[in-house]
Design a binder for this molecule. Structure first.
Ligand code: FUB
Length: 340
């Protein structure tokens, strides 16, 4: 069942696994960390988890977040600074509920916060808000990005300065309701023997507030060049896209959702196709698994979350970071967050 933790597990906190990393933030619950290096500092753009009292369901209704905080770090061992509320849902004119996993980008001295939120008809779209500083506060645009839908934006800047947004998520993320190109409230996932739904990519326009092209599918292929089937939930895309570049190759990483992995695939250009390689991160405590990968001062780091601080409550998560290591051939050494 999606996003639930049994009461038995909650009542026995001694049964919780010991993590390799401590939470970066302990006074709020935080999740879905998108990390970037701007002007030599790490900035983290997470979701801000709260106890909403909304019952857990397969659509993630209990993830009813209402604002974002941005965190900054001058060094990996230094303090993690909470820069306060960067954007509140009440300041997003079109928003209804559920501020989910955000990301950010910087261009020409401006900073852009990209965020998925449901509109007043309960349909997810992706908003953008602008600031003169990486920490905000951010001023939301009056409407979602035209042509955007679903959840989990991740904005990647290529070395030539071009920005691309990856997005999408199935189940509560509503990607299955957009299969015809417009929103269909009755939209269903493909059958188990059909190709799984794919994440989306769109190049951002110069204004950073609109798409320069219609979103298209990002193909994730197996070693034989085939798309994963919907029934292959160990490997197919679910949500939480992220892209980084290492040694000239493009790494597309993502959550497999109901099997709780962070998997990755490698390609030769931002559009893919990407060929599946394996796991970046094994399942963590809590239902969701969501991450980012960033280089800082010559080392690579994985930012992720788990529910250890809340004793396993799946909608009260905490962001963490750990070093990530590549093998000689460019593959990533799989991380188990609970093996020291
Ligand atoms: O935090 C809410 C949702 O849970 C995110 O958008 C998903 O990626 C999952 O982590």
């Amino acid at each position: 069942e999606k996003n639930t933790t049994s009461d038995a597990a909650l009542s026995d906190t001694t049964a919780l696994p010991v993590g390799i990393s401590e939470p970066l933030v302990t006074d709020l619950y935080t999740a879905d960390p998108s990390a970037h290096v701007f002007d030599g500092k790490i900035y983290i753009y997470p979701s801000h988890d709260i106890e909403s009292g909304i019952p857990e369901d397969d659509l993630g209704s209990h993830f009813d977040m209402k604002d974002y905080h941005v965190y900054s770090m001058e060094s990996v061992d230094g303090p993690v600074i909470d820069n306060g509320v960067a954007l509140d849902i009440k300041d997003v004119p079109w928003a209804g509920r559920q501020m989910w996993a955000p990301d950010a980008a910087s261009k020409d001295g401006k900073y852009y916060l990209y965020f998925p939120v449901k509109d007043k008809n309960d349909v997810f779209g992706i908003g953008v808000a602008v600031s003169d500083t990486p920490t905000g506060p951010f001023q939301a645009e009056p409407a979602p990005i035209e042509g955007s839908f679903s959840i989990d934006p991740a904005v990647f800047q290529d070395e030539d300065g071009t920005f691309y947004m990856y997005f999408g998520g199935i189940w509560g993320g509503q990607l299955q309701k957009w299969r015809t190109g417009t929103y269909d409230p009755e939209g269903e996932l493909p059958g188990k023997d059909e190709p799984a739904l794919l994440p989306k990519i769109a190049r951002l326009a110069d204004d950073m507030k609109s798409f320069a092209e219609a979103p298209r599918d990002v193909q994730i292929l197996d070693a034989e060049g085939n798309l994963f089937l919907e029934g292959n939930n160990e490997q197919r895309f679910f949500e939480a896209a992220w892209v980084h570049k290492y040694n000239g190759k493009y790494y597309f990483s993502y959550s497999t959702g109901d099997t709780h992995n962070i998997a990755y695939a490698i390609g030769d250009n931002p559009y893919g196709p990407f060929t599946y390689q394996g796991l970046v991160l094994k399942p963590v405590l809590g239902w969701t698994n969501h991450h980012s990968i960033v280089e800082f001062q010559g080392k690579w780091y994985l930012f992720y979350h788990d529910s250890s601080l809340s004793g396993g409550r799946t909608f009260l998560r905490s962001i963490k970071m750990t070093e990530l290591t590549y093998n000689e051939d460019g593959t990533i050494q799989t991380i188990d967050a609970y093996v020291q």
